[in-house]
Design a protein around this ligand. Structure first.
Ligand code: FE2
Length: 188
């Protein structure tokens, strides 16, 4: 299954490294963090988590932009490329993207096209993305949410989304931390 991770990293590199170097820095750090926290997911899900982390922002790649909603554009492209369906679905819904889809009027489209899994992998992917800054720096989740708000400004759709998603994002991060600490014996 390491092949899965290597393939995901190579796809992400080809689509992001030259076109969006700052995004590529973020993605490399998110993938590294996913590997660090993979103890929060069952052993059989660890490669899927890390591969999803490599691919979560591939929809920002200029050649892949279609609707302009990176989670959906990335997931659709991955499906067309016959990448693992579960990974495509994690990309589609990563970091509470279903709430951003609603803000964009694409809630039903996303939900109809990709199943949304609620699992330790969902939480660990959210943790990895939401504790990593745009240049790959380590962030507390609350600082990361503040950074997103200030980057997009008070009136932007993404700021509205992140405000709505904050309780679930913070809960995901805390569940992952709990699992890592061994406080949660069973998946929720
Ligand atoms: Fe991200």
């Amino acid at each position: 299954m390491a092949v899965l991770v290597d393939a995901a990293r190579e796809i992400a590199r080809l689509k992001l490294e030259a076109a969006l170097p700052r995004r590529w820095s973020h993605v490399q750090a998110v993938a590294a963090k996913a590997r660090q926290v993979c103890g929060a997911v069952p052993p059989e899900d660890r490669d899927v988590l890390v591969a999803s982390a490599w691919l979560h922002d591939v929809g920002y790649s200029p050649g892949l932009v279609d609707t302009g909603f990176h989670s959906l554009d990335g997931a659709r492209w991955l499906r067309r490329e016959s990448v693992d369906e579960r990974i495509a679905a994690f990309v589609a819904h990563h970091s509470c993207a279903w709430l951003e889809a609603e803000e964009r009027g694409l809630g039903h489209v996303l939900a109809d096209e990709f199943p949304r899994e609620e699992s330790p992998v969902t939480d660990a992917l959210c943790f990895s993305d939401m504790t990593t800054g745009p240049d790959g720096q380590d962030f507390d989740v609350n600082d990361r949410l503040a950074e997103i708000r200030s980057r997009y400004g008070p009136d932007h759709l993404v700021t509205r989304f992140i405000t709505r998603a904050e309780p679930e994002i913070v809960a995901s991060v805390r569940r992952t931390q709990g699992r890592l600490a061994g406080f949660v014996a069973q998946p929720m």
